[in-house]
Design a protein around this ligand. Sequence first.
Ligand SMILES: O=C([O-])[C@@H](O)[C@@H](O)[C@H](O)[C@@H](O)C(=O)[O-]
Ligand SMILES: [Mg+2]
Length: 431
Amino acid sequence: MTRDLTITAVHLTPILVADPPLLNTQGVHQPYTPRLIVEVETADGTTGVGETYGDAKYLELARPFADKLIGRQVPDLNGLFTLADEVAVDSSRVSGQVDVGGLRGVQTADKLRLSVVSGFEVACLDALGKALGLPVHALLGGKVRDAVEYSAYLFYKWAYHPDGVPCEQDDWGAALDPAGVVEQARAFTERYGFTSFKLKGGVFPPEEEIAAIRALAEAFPGHPLRLDPNGAWSVETSLKVAEELGDVLEYLEDPALGTPAMAEVAARTGVPLATNMCVTTFAEIREAFTKGAVQVVLSDHHYWGGLRNTQQLAAVCRTFGVGVSMHSNTHLGISLAAMTHVAATVPNLHHACDSHYPWQSEDVLTERLTFDGGKVAVSDAPGLGVELDRERLAFLHRRWLDDDGTLRDRDDAAAMRVADPGWTTPSVPRW
Ligand SMILES: O=C([O-])[C@@H](O)[C@@H](O)[C@H](O)[C@@H](O)C(=O)[O-]
Ligand SMILES: [Mg+2]
């Protein structure tokens, strides 16, 4: 039977999902985070789902982009990029600075567009897979592993969001010192079986974070450990931390901000450096690789422009002998499924991927994805292998509609000011 995969409808559903009070160098997570759920529908009734950032600047682009998709073919994935170039980006949305809320590197018009394209690319791949009866990994050339390993993504965190902030309560408790971090790591291993650990740093003075990593090394001897202060340290501080933790770190992630600073650190330490902040676009690769600034690039299919671009990034990294793994931000199961499909196809994936998913108590799927031994099994079902729970989607969308606008953009510094009115985004380097 010939199928008609002409796109006849695109549904965009912005939602707010519960997020615990996780601390980072810029502040604390808000009680709810915006995400955008994308659905494409074809003439023959096939549907596909995708997920991406849901802040206003992404929605503003996603809407005109969705209109342009009507009448196009689902398999025309290359066409998505051409089409995205036709959508104007409001220049006030482009900072030329590190994206404050997301800690995702310099914010450019292209990056905004690619983050939007990724949600649509995933939705089209899901629809195409369902139409052909093939899993997304098969559309990407086939899996080279049956399960993808993830790391426990540890955060300093408060037990509660600040007083008076309406929120869902999580059951993780507080983690504000080495003992708390180890306890959180134990909970992660018990609940999900993770065997490698990443601590989000840049929150406390470096000595305290060094102590936390030492405590993890003692509690989990021989397990891979990473520390990521999101560029909060000077070159000298980065070198001091590298020296003190060199014997236990798998890598240091974005210790200092930007390629020149990372290159200086890399030149003076043997500890590998990873990044999701200074190599975030293809254009940034040349300088970073030429200067030897990073040894591992953490891809994120959202801002790299989708699953096929992630494969291309992995090929470039392979060519230059640079490692590759995966960055994460607050996300739901559609994105975890997408990450797992593409990660399954990348031969040179030698580090466990990051995922915030365990922190998300809410999802839009009828069945949550599960970690077994720290791994997510690669689905062989058609498409992504996930099913949208329409009631949950409507509930989370209702929360977005009811919001007065304060939570529709992620703003960790604003969330911190609720507890500490004098808080400002710290200048970099902070230490
Ligand atoms: O969720 C967070 O607070 C993270 O700090 C996130 O925003 C970062 O983008 C990310 O996880 C990272 O590895 O830098
Ligand atoms: Mg990072």
